[in-house]
Design a protein around this ligand. Structure first.
Ligand SMILES: [Zn+2]
Length: 588
């Protein structure tokens, strides 16, 4: 009897806890009408600065003085007092890989952000691999021979010693190389007789035996395909957490430039998450050619938090593996010889022949896809522009919005040609912040025209800047700071100071220009009557902050379509996904 009574008490307590917890986890839904006032509102349109804004059913109804807006809105709108904070159009990250970020977030961190030497990394790995690890494959992420001086690649013997039985893979920070132990090579079906895939390679020694090195995307895919899948709801949960990370950085829309990462149907997963009206960012997706069907045209959906927009190709590889297709060879230095094992005179390869790529471009262009291409070296840029010229001659599309991505050494003439052909340019300027101290060892005097985003602006491009996360951490204000200062993390002089952006250009890159590149400029990117209320609240006005201090500005919150974004890990949709993941794991 006593036992029964205490059971009953326990049940009641559990029920109360559950009620409180679910209520607490309930997303905060804003009323249909809001009036923002009590701070500055930066519009990125005319007029550039206003006092107040009225939002009705997710759209901007009126901007102006506090008195005007209050009078127009009437008494039913809820007032949001900015209390001296600053409202800016939500940041738009035009190039990132949320699924890869989410899954790599669960890997052992061996990055140069957290380690200073090879010994420290090996210690991290030994400690991590020493204990019990429930996952069937062990992954580490962030191996970085550029940021960490003298970081020799791990040998197959080292990898096998760390993990004799379980498949174990280390992915480099540049994500263009991996190191696999014997168990991982075996499970991936990679043997000494496996031919190198196009644009990729399996490392081999002088005898032709595998070294465990796996180079470039097409070869790394062998390993990704062999990784056992996680329960779908668990993948969805960690992806949703990842999307909240963008929101914490002030981002309201992301461009997913190639949904890479192991999930059965990455595009379907992003689409299904976005069915929840509270998902923390809008995703505009450029699928891999293999993930898309050109018989179906991408249809704009301006109110949803998911849009399929285009296709992503890789024309060359990373500057940090020898993969960038520069016009002139890599420098012959200790870093290129000993660190990257590149022979003197090394030239990065192109992933496509002209004819082959022209056909691919034509296929997606005709089907109405925006085509984005990874191009680091001049030869990669040139091939894409050559292909585009012949495709556009027979199939004109004046407003195609095809894009060149990263553009480390694009030349001024190519920037002009890209403009004439209607191409958009997006730059990965944070190479300068994280790798600037080592770049002269890779490209020598060519650092004086590295990531020429200033030239792109001068030539009339509405260029953008991106983090390519997980390649670098999510922080739009840091990305802006790098573009304005161009000073490496380790200090020193500004690199190619003529390429520096003004704060106005940097903020345009993050808002209006990025909206245009992603094809959403009619609805997002600036605060104007009729546009969506996608907002970020900041502690200070970036336009009035010295560039050195801009990354210190705090992000106080974001709104999408006038709804506050919930970034808590234990939000209600996350709890529901967590429960579903537990059920899926139990059912295995
Ligand atoms: Zn990328």
């Amino acid at each position: 009897m006593k036992a029964l009574r205490s059971m009953g008490v326990l049940l009641i307590v559990a029920l109360l806890v559950a009620i409180v917890f679910v209520r607490w986890a309930e997303p905060d839904t804003a009323p249909d009408e809001l009036v923002f006032l009590g701070g500055e509102i930066v519009t990125m349109a005319e007029p550039p600065l206003v006092e107040a804004m009225w939002v009705k059913e997710g759209r901007i109804e009126k901007l102006g003085s506090a008195d005007e807006v209050r009078a127009a809105a009437g008494s039913s709108a809820r007032v949001v007092d900015l209390d001296g904070a600053v409202l800016v159009p939500g940041f738009i990250e035009p190039h990132t890989h949320p699924l890869a970020s989410a899954l790599l977030g669960a890997a052992i961190d061996v990055s140069g952000f957290t380690h200073d030497s090879r010994a420290e990394i090996m210690e991290t790995l030994r400690e991590a691999l020493d204990g019990f690890l429930p996952q069937p494959w062990i992954t580490a992420f962030g191996w970085d021979p550029i940021m960490i001086q003298g970081l020799e690649p791990p040998t197959l013997a080292e990898l096998d010693e760390l993990s004799p039985d379980k498949p174990f893979v280390i992915l480099t920070q540049a994500m263009h190389e991996a190191f696999a132990n014997s168990a991982a090579l075996r499970e991936a079906g990679i043997t000494r007789d496996t031919p190198d895939p196009q644009g990729g390679a399996f490392g081999r020694d002088a005898n032709g035996d595998l070294t465990g090195a796996v180079l470039e995307v097409n070869a790394i895919n062998y390993l990704l395909r062999a990784l056992p899948p996680l329960p779908p709801a668990l993948t969805a949960l960690i992806l949703r957490w990842q999307l909240a990370d963008y929101a914490r950085g002030g981002v309201t829309t992301i461009g997913v430039l190639g949904p890479v990462g192991r999930a059965e149907d990455p595009i379907g997963l992003l689409r299904s998450l976005a069915e929840d009206p509270h998902v923390p960012v809008r995703s505009i997706v450029y699928g891999l050619p293999t993930q898309l069907d050109t018989k179906l045209q991408p249809a704009p959906n301006h109110d949803a938090r998911f849009e399929l927009r285009g296709v992503k190709f890789w024309m060359d590889g990373s500057p940090y593996t020898g993969g960038a297709a520069f016009a002139d060879p890599y420098e012959d230095t200790e870093l290129t010889r000993e660190g990257l094992h590149l022979p003197p005179g090394h030239m990065g390869p192109l992933n496509y022949e002209l004819e082959e790529f022209t056909e691919e471009l034509r296929r997606f262009h005709q089907a109405g896809y925006h085509v984005a291409v990874h191009t680091q070296g001049e030869r990669a840029v040139e091939l894409v522009l050559d292909a585009a010229e012949s495709v556009l001659r027979t199939h004109p599309w004046p407003d195609h919005r095809h894009r060149l991505e990263h553009n480390a050494l694009i030349t001024q003439a190519q920037i002009q040609r890209a403009k004439a052909l209607g191409f958009e340019l997006s730059f990965f300027t944070d190479h300068i912040y994280y790798y600037g101290d080592r770049l002269p060892e890779l490209v020598g005097g060519r650092v004086n025209r590295y990531m020429p985003v200033g030239t792109a602006f001068r030539e009339g491009h509405g260029a953008t800047i991106h983090s390519d996360n997980p390649m670098t951490p999510i922080a739009p204000l840091r990305v802006m700071r790098t573009a304005m200062l161009r000073i490496p993390r380790k200090g020193g002089e500004a690199m190619a100071p003529a390429e520096r952006l003004s704060v106005d250009q940097a903020l345009r890159a993050m808002t209006t220009n990025a909206a245009r590149q992603l094809g959403v400029e009619e609805h997002r990117g600036s605060l104007e009557q009729g546009k969506a209320a996608d907002l970020v609240m900041l502690s200070q006005n970036p336009l009035e902050t010295p560039p050195e201090e801009i990354a210190e500005i705090e992000v106080l919150g974001t709104w999408i379509d006038g709804q506050p974004v919930d970034t808590r890990k234990a939000s209600r949709p996350n709890l529901e996904l967590g429960l579903r993941a537990l059920r899926q794991m139990a059912a295995r």
